[in-house]
Ligand binder design. Structure first.
Ligand code: FES
Length: 101
């Protein structure tokens, strides 16, 4: 089943991406499967410093307040992952992530 077919069935909301909420403004943006959190933030005028764009350096870490993160980086340790995500590679395991921005 293709990604488009899964999205059409509505069986899995995460198949079409996930949402991020900006805690300070309440704004909610969709992160499609072909975009990173950092790209979506930049599209809405929120520039996060980046360097490697591969989950290796930690330059782009952002604190999150709610949601279940699929981390995918190689830089944050267990304790850091409880508080931060990397916007260049992190995805979501829950429908919504709330970012401390
Ligand atoms: S830019 Fe290096 S970890 Fe995100």
């Amino acid at each position: 089943m293709s990604r488009e077919e899964i999205a059409e069935t509505g069986d899995n909301a995460l198949a079409i991406g996930f949402q991020i909420k900006i805690a300070s403004s309440g704004a909610i943006f969709t992160v499609a499967n072909d975009k990173t959190i950092g790209e979506v933030l930049a599209e809405h005028g929120i520039e996060i410093p980046t360097s490697c764009l591969s989950g290796l350096c930690g330059s782009c870490k952002v604190r999150y307040l709610a949601g279940e993160v699929d981390h995918r980086d190689l830089v944050l340790n267990h304790d850091a992952r409880a508080e931060y995500l990397t916007v260049c590679v992190s995805r979501a395991k829950s429908p919504l992530l709330v970012l401390d921005l």
